[in-house]
Write a protein that binds this ligand. Structure first.
Ligand code: ZN
Length: 139
């Protein structure tokens, strides 16, 4: 954990951004706060859509904000659901793994219910594009 950003502050930022979640269908707001090694925090909330598969998770929203700001390295993400723990979905685990291993904190945002994981434990065999592999040949 960055010395400049406490776990409480990271949680608080996830709780704050959770209030902005657009969840007219699931009514399940989620906030995520992504921490860089330099102490920057980027947040995101889930954004649902009438075409359900187009909905965006809070974790990926936070990644998009961070990337647009030039950040490329992350040491932790704090994810806050409501009324239940919001473990990152498989898609978000893969997206996060693009940027290396990091700690994943999950909480309902109330009380002392924080669970901590390493991303590599949540997604032990992530997809990695091997740029040295040869392209498939056509016969
Ligand atoms: Zn997700």
């Amino acid at each position: 954990m960055s010395e400049r950003v406490s776990l409480d502050r990271l949680r608080d930022q996830a709780i704050t951004v959770r209030q902005q979640a657009y969840v007219p269908y699931s009514h399940f707001p989620v906030g995520a706060a992504l921490l860089t090694p330099g102490g920057q925090v980027f947040t995101g909330c889930n954004v649902e859509n009438a075409s359900y598969p187009l909905s965006l998770c809070a974790e990926r929203a936070a990644v998009a904000t961070a990337i647009a700001s030039g950040a490329r390295q992350f040491e932790a993400i704090f994810i806050v659901g409501a009324n239940s723990l919001a473990m990152p979905c498989g898609g978000c685990r893969q997206v996060l793994s693009e940027f290396g291993d990091m700690r994943v904190y999950v909480s309902q945002g109330t009380g002392d219910d924080v669970k901590q994981f390493w991303l590599h434990d949540l997604l032990p065999a992530s997809f990695q594009l091997n740029p040295s592999s040869e392209e498939p040949t056509r016969s």
